[in-house]
Design a protein around this ligand. Structure first.
Ligand code: UDP
Length: 371
């Protein structure tokens, strides 16, 4: 029976791993040991997802966060290596593009334990992003590459993966599995003005209506939070959209809260603490527009039939831009405001099953068990 060591550590990885973990539990002949690096550790960035998403508590809990990228990744490498030696997995499973992803993959590869990468092949072609480095290197040392999209497969083919002794597969995107599975649990976040919490919802994509009267925003990418000019432009645009287009609800990432304070900026929108996934799903399902620099939230907007304005210069989810569901506006204040006005209330429909239709987790587990 294959024993899988799953390495996770950051918010989006808890959500992605939850659906694969459920599929593993429902499949005979495969065992999973979960390792949490501790990269995200706050109650509302970590615990809430284990409580909501029905995932077992990680058997191995590390406590590694903060410090520089090198320091964090190095400490993870040391401790994950020890866990691999002790638990002797047949394979290590990693998700996405964080330092936990790279450390898990590298520790395994050096010990000759095969690596499976969920969300392989994504590229922004911007190596200034720490995530891009993590993705490229993780793909290089994986032998099972689970691509969420056709674009990701094409990227790997262009990098010569077709000639390597590895398997490039396209099971679809586990985040669509999660959105479909958990949409029935949607619950309004606490602390919203009553005008917003009373908004009617419309179900997931294909059945949704015109969207609600507010904008949901998320902001946490280092290229925005760590650049005072970009951050100031985005904060000003959010404040103006809040005043002139529709109320903006912003669950504030701890990194962004600190950066806004450091830069002496004022957010005049409805800020709330980071929310759990059920609350996030409620916001996505009730809003009239999504403004974000998150990778996952760009797709979730689409899954819930909402247009997305993306506060980045590139995206890994190019098919959304091609489908007209997503517009990239960078950190340009005027473009953000103009796009928010133009897209607010617009519906988008997934006619092409760009992300596989919610069957990715089982396909991944079938591959892992060799069935
Ligand atoms: N998310 C959440 N609560 C929040 C903000 C985001 O549950 O307050 C979820 C969101 O719905 C998505 C995931 O976290 O599933 C995205 O994570 P994040 O934006 O941190 O990372 P990225 O996708 O950019 O790697």
């Amino acid at each position: 029976m294959p024993r899988i060591l799953t390495v996770i550590g950051a918010r989006p990885q808890f959500i992605k791993a939850s659906v694969v973990s459920r599929a593993i539990q429902q499949t005979a002949g495969i065992e999973e040991i979960m390792l949490h690096t501790g990269q995200h550790f706050d109650a509302n960035m970590s615990d809430v997802f284990f409580n909501q998403l029905g995932m077992p508590r990680p058997a191995i809990q590390l406590d590694i966060h903060g410090g520089s990228h090198g320091e964090m990744t190095g400490r993870m490498l040391t401790e994950i290596e020890q866990a691999i030696v002790e638990h002797k997995p047949d394979r290590v499973l990693v998700y996405g593009d964080t330092n936990s992803t790279l450390a898990g993959a590298l520790a395994a590869a050096k010990l000759h334990v095969p690596v499976a990468h969920v969300e392989a092949g994504l590229r922004s072609f911007n190596t200034a992003m720490p995530e891009e480095i993590n993705r490229i290197l993780t793909d290089q040392i994986s032998d099972l590459l689970f691509c969420p999209t056709a674009a990701a497969v094409n990227n790997l083919n262009a990098e010569g993966f077709g000639q390597k002794p590895v398997r490039v597969l396209q099971p679809g995107d586990v985040m669509q599995d999660a959105a479909l599975f958990f949409s029935r649990h949607a619950v309004a976040p606490k602390g919203l003005p009553s005008m917003i919490s009373a908004t009617e919802g419309h179900g997931t994509s294909r059945t949704n209506g015109d969207g609600g009267g507010f904008i949901v925003a998320t902001l946490h990418r280092a290229e925005n939070t760590d650049d005072p000019e970009r951050l100031a432009a985005i904060v000003t645009a959010l404040n103006r959209a809040h005043r002139e287009v529709a109320p903006v609800v912003l669950p504030l990432h701890p990194r962004t809260r600190a950066a806004v304070e450091r830069a002496g900026l004022t957010l005049a929108v409805t800020t709330i603490d980071p929310v759990g996934y059920f609350e996030m799903v409620w916001l996505l399902n009730h809003c009239g527009l999504v403004l974000t620099d998150s990778g996952g939230v760009q797709k979730e907007a689409f899954f819930f039939g909402r247009a997305c304005v993306t506060l980045r210069d590139q995206t890994e989810w190019v098919e959304l831009v091609e489908a007209g569901a997503n517009e990239l506006v960078g950190a340009d204040q005027a473009r953000i405001e103009e796009a928010a006005r133009r897209h607010f209330g617009r519906r988008v429909v997934d006619t092409d099953h760009l992300y596989g239709g919610g069957k990715a987790a089982q396909a991944i587990v079938d591959t892992l068990t060799g069935s």
